[in-house]
Design a protein around this ligand. Structure first.
Ligand code: HEM
Length: 417
């Protein structure tokens, strides 16, 4: 990749003298359509073409600084002077400073406690196995979504009758599925979200004991508690997409499935981390500069929009040699909390907006891979496993359909089966 002296960025792409020296600006009035057409690779491809790690574009007629790499991650996740755009005033994502640290500590207590994560995983395994019948075809994405919904609702202390699980799964999945879209479907999801928040407020009023529901009810005002509960339920169900990508990776790289099936589980976590690195999920995160910032010698004026390319940073050849190769041998680990491997945000989890759900995500993915390899046998019928990179969030087109042949309550790993 060719690199360019940051001081000379302003001379590329037609930046005028009135604009502070800095990053190249893409020619043209607005680039929103280009982003929609290109999808996930937009920032990375443009950076590669320009030989830079940042450029300016106009998105929805607003100037946006599009950045990638660990230095950019440190800018969005490591310092003051940036805030998240407001979408819901009650959620942790829109707090800053001391208020954010306090609320984040509550999340860490709830979703990064090893015993609670283990409980969630056990519930997920029960729900996954319970929904399997030999000689039937299932779609991994749908199956995972239902099992995750059942598990996380029970874990949180939400007592849902069986008949309500399908509806809850649908609503929670739609919330993340619509996150990259606008239109009639978005409005319907918005209405369902409000209805669900009302339903959760009722459940919060009656919550007892030491469940996440009861803890949120004790520590937060009702409206805020409902929003934060949803900030746990919704992303847990979104992990179904990673599980579908993991099933696709097992199919495309059968040596890993064979290895796990032989009883060697040493690399299961590494396998899942590599799925998180390569699977297109959150394309970028957005922030707004609340003061003038300097990045790689370039001035970013106060009020500017900043977009950090998560997808491109995870595929940057300077940090991940042969980035398009699926290589669990990289031995990535969310616990390193670095600014290069950032599928769920960067920085230190307790001090930044980094996702507190990485531990649970890894635990649930690992458990799904273990069940796919060691507690069931299946075949894949012909299907379309391609991934459209201009659909956000992306997924394997078929959702990964499998025909289950045999299931086992105990592990079949290491056996001759
Ligand atoms: C499907 C897997 C997941 C993905 C791809 C994901 C992605 C992300 C990303 C990129 C951020 C940073 C947002 C920003 O910087 O503005 C984030 C934040 C957050 N995530 Fe996740 N997440 C996942 C799973 C989870 C889980 C399982 C939970 C909870 C159990 C969770 C709860 C949160 C919360 C509460 C925040 C806001 C943190 C803050 O603002 O300090 N996420 N997530």
């Amino acid at each position: 990749m060719t690199r360019q002296d940051p001081e000379s960025f302003g001379s590329r792409g037609g930046a005028s003298a009135a604009i502070p020296a800095g990053l190249p600006r893409l020619p043209g009035l607005d680039h929103t359509l280009r982003v929609l057409k290109t999808g996930y690779p937009f920032i990375g491809q443009t950076c590669d073409t320009l030989g830079v790690d940042g450029f300016r574009a106009r998105l929805m007629l607003r100037e946006a600084f599009c950045l990638r790499g660990p230095e950019a991650a440190a800018l969005l996740y490591g310092r003051s002077g940036v805030i998240r755009p407001m979408r819901n005033k009650h959620g942790v994502r829109h707090l800053e400073g001391e208020a954010h640290r306090r609320r984040k500590a509550l999340f860490i207590r709830l979703v990064m406690d090893p015993a609670r994560v283990e409980d969630l995983t056990r519930r997920f395994e029960d729900a996954w196995m319970r929904g399997l019948t030999p000689d039937r075809e299932i779609t991994v994405l749908d199956h995972a979504n239902t099992a995750l919904t059942r598990a996380v609702c029970g874990w949180a202390g939400l007592d849902l009758p069986d008949r309500d699980i399908a509806r809850m799964t649908h609503i929670l999945f739609r919330m993340s599925d619509r996150s990259g879209h606008f239109g009639r479907g978005t409005l319907a999801t918005f209405v369902q979200r409000r209805q669900l928040e009302r339903q959760l407020r009722v459940a919060l009023r009656n919550a007892q004991g030491d469940t996440p529901l009861a803890i949120l009810a004790r520590e937060l005002p009702p409206e805020t508690a409902a929003v934060e509960l949803l900030n746990i339920l919704r992303p847990v169900v979104a992990i179904g997409r990673y599980i579908a990508f993991a099933a696709k990776a097992l199919h495309e790289h059968p040596m890993w499935c064979d290895l796990f099936r032989s009883g060697n589980e040493d690399y299961i976590a590494d396998f899942c981390e590599e799925v998180r690195r390569t699977a297109p999920f959150v394309p970028f995160t957005a922030a707004i500069a609340t003061e003038e910032l300097v990045w790689q010698g370039a001035i970013i004026p106060k009020g500017s929009w900043l977009l950090l390319d998560l997808f491109g940073t995870n595929r940057d050849a300077r940090h991940f040699p042969m980035p398009d190769r699926f290589r669990p041998e990289r031995m990535l680990d969310w616990k390193a909390q670095d600014d290069c491997f950032i599928p769920q945000g960067a920085g230190k989890v307790e001090r930044s907006h980094r996702c507190p759900g990485e531990m649970a995500t890894l635990a649930l993915m690992t458990s799904a891979v273990r069940m796919l390899c060691c507690r069931m046998e299946y075949t894949l019928p012909p299907q379309d496993l391609s991934v459209a990179l201009n659909r956000v969030p992306a997924q394997p087109a078929s959702g990964v359909r499998i025909r289950v042949q045999r299931t086992s309550r105990a592990t079949i790993c290491g056996s001759s089966a």
